[in-house]
Design a protein around this ligand. Structure first.
Ligand SMILES: C[S@@+](CC[C@H](N)C(=O)[O-])C[C@H]1O[C@@H](n2cnc3c(N)ncnc32)[C@H](O)[C@@H]1O
Length: 377
């Protein structure tokens, strides 16, 4: 059972952004389940052990999840929303979300950002909505969420659909990088700001693999407790070891803690920083780069996902009218420190990951997500 004090610690700290990410994955997973066709065996190459285990894990999880009406309501009208074909399956995300008081969290979040949203979106509101006072509109929108509440699908009422596209893409892309590195012999993985990442549970990895997850103590405590219940019902797809490193990357000797937990600098490592750097400062990011460089055996890799302000000449994001007062990426964007990593490529090169650098962009509304990946061989 999760203590409410654990939940509060997470929700009051920067860790709540990890909750948002898992909420996005829970919505995408619901849509994945709704569109899942058990008879289809497409894309599955049974010679490939990973694909085989992935399929088994998915089928078993589906069976359990489809029976759980409190987690997933396939008849809710919000399931009719059109999502891109790239859905993502993360059964644990549904458990995490359903264990929180999501109603309270969603209502508080909406209330917190309402004025910013109102000011930013006023011009795009229709005439009828504009005729309401700010307070009337606030009440109407909060009532709408309150009266039509569902622990997973109400996230769509809060954030609209735009944010999920990016999260589906990002999760899929990093899964591919992860599995590709594994198939090329990497057995050691370090996740900075791991939040409620579930790769250590849903990817088919062998028992020689170790995933080290670094995040704030409150986030890790919450995650460990939530997992105890989740994996009781949905056994993990992976045999890998998971080592949690509860620490504040801004204040603590994370590399010392990592080594104490069994990290070995002489083994090739995949380092992943996903959705983290916007919360750190320049010297912490530099120091992480330096420590990573000093502790990376040949054939290590470094993957960074970070945010940049959208280029001024970027085409406008196609906003949908019905989403007018949903929380948009650019509502929270004001709180990020975008200047921290303007040139991720230069950062990778500076810290020794200059081989096979690949970069890609994904445009959200208000900012661009930048994916940068390099290797030190
Ligand atoms: C946007 S979430 C991303 C979580 C996860 N990587 C994902 O993509 O789902 C950011 C994570 O960074 C963690 N974080 C932020 N500042 C941190 C710090 N100073 N030390 C350790 N973790 C931190 C938060 O607790 C949160 O879990």
């Amino acid at each position: 059972m999760i203590e409410s004090s654990d939940i509060e610690t997470v929700l009051e700290c920067v860790g709540k952004t990890g909750v948002w990410m898992t909420a996005c994955r829970a919505v995408i997973t619901s849509h994945y389940i709704a569109n899942f066709n058990d008879d289809q065996d497409q894309e599955i190459n049974h010679d490939n052990e990973i694909n085989k285990r992935k399929k088994e894990f998915e089928l078993k999880s589906m069976e359990i999840l489809k029976k759980k009406k409190d987690l997933i309501n396939l008849t809710d009208k919000r399931m009719e929303i059109k999502y891109p074909t790239k859905f993502h399956f993360d059964p644990y995300s549904l458990y995490f979300i359903s264990q929180l008081d999501t109603k309270d969290l969603i209502l508080k979040t909406y209330d917190h950002y309402f004025n910013t949203m109102y000011d930013k979106e006023y011009k795009s509101l229709d005439q009828e909505t504009k005729s309401l006072s700010r307070q009337e509109l606030r009440k109407r929108e909060l009532d709408k969420i309150e009266n039509n509440f569902h622990s997973v699908l109400s996230w769509t009422d809060l954030m609209g659909t735009h944010i999920y596209y990016g999260v589906a893409l990002r999760t899929h892309l990093i899964d591919q990088v992860f599995l590709d590195s594994y198939q090329h012999g990497i057995k050691q993985f370090v996740l900075f700001g791991s939040g409620l990442d579930t790769r250590a549970f849903r990817l088919a990895l062998d028992s020689e693999c170790t995933i080290f997850e670094i995040d704030l103590p409150g986030v890790i405590q919450f995650k460990k407790t939530a997992f105890r219940e989740a994996i009781y019902e949905i056994p993990r797809a992976s045999d890998c070891q998971v080592k949690y490193i509860p620490c504040d990357l801004l204040k603590q000797d994370w590399i010392g803690l990592l080594k104490q937990s069994g990290f070995e600098s002489n083994k090739p490592t995949l380092w992943i920083s996903e959705g983290l750097f916007q919360y750190l400062n320049v010297s912490a990011i530099e120091s992480i780069g330096q420590q990573v460089q000093e502790n990376s055996a040949p054939q290590s890799k470094y993957f960074i996902q970070t945010l940049m302000k959208t280029a001024p000449d970027a085409p406008p994001y196609p906003a949908h009218h019905e989403d007018a007062l949903k929380m948009r990426a650019n509502t929270v964007a004001d709180e990020f420190q975008f200047t921290l990593l303007p040139d991720a490529k230069e950062y990778l090169i500076k810290h020794g990951f200059s081989s096979n650098i690949q970069q890609s962009f994904e445009m959200a509304e208000g900012f661009t997500s930048l994916y940068s990946f390099g290797s030190n061989q």
